[in-house]
Design a protein around this ligand. Structure first.
Ligand SMILES: [Zn+2]
Length: 267
């Protein structure tokens, strides 16, 4: 990934870096006001710190990126395959008050300029999609449940079905998340992956008599299946647990951690 802003530190994908019609960004832990185990740029409102601190971090990011905080849009993220279209009616949901985030939703789509779609993560996979021709953007949260429910694929399919997107014109960024290096999973996940993916053998890597699940490949494959060209899909290949000084990792911190996230704004 490429550095976008220094304070707070944000990154972007090479596929999105030189475009003047869309802004794509991944936030990091660096450059915020949070302390202790949330140091320092936590953007997930939780019981661990006053909401005012979290909101201030969100505002710092918007200021650095020159985007409108009032249109920074959050969703509840319930490990579902529910997708919400965002327009002027629900833009900015949840930016100050968590309970006002778009409910029952793990993916957001918009074709409205200036709205920032945001997905939070701390090991789950944050993904963005953008149709460069029809100018349609999406932000997706995919943990193992969402990955098995194929939320990334369903989001691309919804863009194709309802926004007349041609998958050949869609570019995708698969952001930092727990990598297969660190993502040991139990029998519940192994069974679910095996029954959901015909080619599960390359998604479940045997390691010391346990299995590791490759979330990056599972999401990349389902985007390819919708017709998005492989060269249009960029995988950050950054493991959040291995890089926990840059990104929050729930596994590294046993759940007592903050959130970073991925955002996309049509300019
Ligand atoms: Zn790792």
């Amino acid at each position: 990934m490429i550095e976008l802003t220094q304070a707070p530190l944000t990154l972007t994908f090479e596929l999105f870096a030189n475009r003047n019609d869309v802004l794509a960004f991944v936030t990091t832990r660096v450059g915020g006001e949070s302390s202790d185990h949330l140091a320092s740029c936590n953007i997930g409102i939780s019981e661990f710190e006053p909401a005012s601190t979290t909101i201030s971090n969100r505002q710092r990011i918007c200021t650095a990126l020159n985007i409108d905080f009032e249109k920074m849009t959050f969703q509840s993220q319930a490990h579902s395959d529910s997708i919400t279209v965002v327009d002027s009616n629900n833009a900015g949901a949840g930016n100050r008050i968590k309970t006002q985030s778009i409910s029952n939703s793990d993916a957001l789509i918009t074709q409205t300029k200036g709205i920032t779609l945001f997905a939070q993560a701390a090991d789950c996979v944050p993904i963005i999609l953008y149709d460069t021709k029809n100018k349609v953007a999406a932000a997706i949260h995919a943990g193992w449940r969402g990955t098995i429910k194929r939320i990334a694929q369903k989001t691309a399919q919804k863009m194709i079905a309802e926004f007349e997107c041609n998958p050949q014109n869609i570019i995708a960024g698969i952001g930092p998340s727990i990598g297969r290096c660190c993502y040991e999973v139990g029998s519940e996940v192994v069974d679910a992956v095996s029954s959901s993916f015909p080619n599960s053998a390359n998604l479940l890597i045997s390691h010391n008599s346990k299995y590791h699940f490759d979330l990056w490949e599972a999401n990349k494959e389902q985007l390819e299946e919708t017709g998005i060209p492989i060269q249009n899909i960029e995988v950050a290949k950054i493991c959040t647990k291995c890089n926990n000084t840059l990104f929050f990792s729930s596994r590294h911190d046993n759940g007592r951690t903050g959130r970073f996230g991925i955002g996309i704004t049509i300019i």
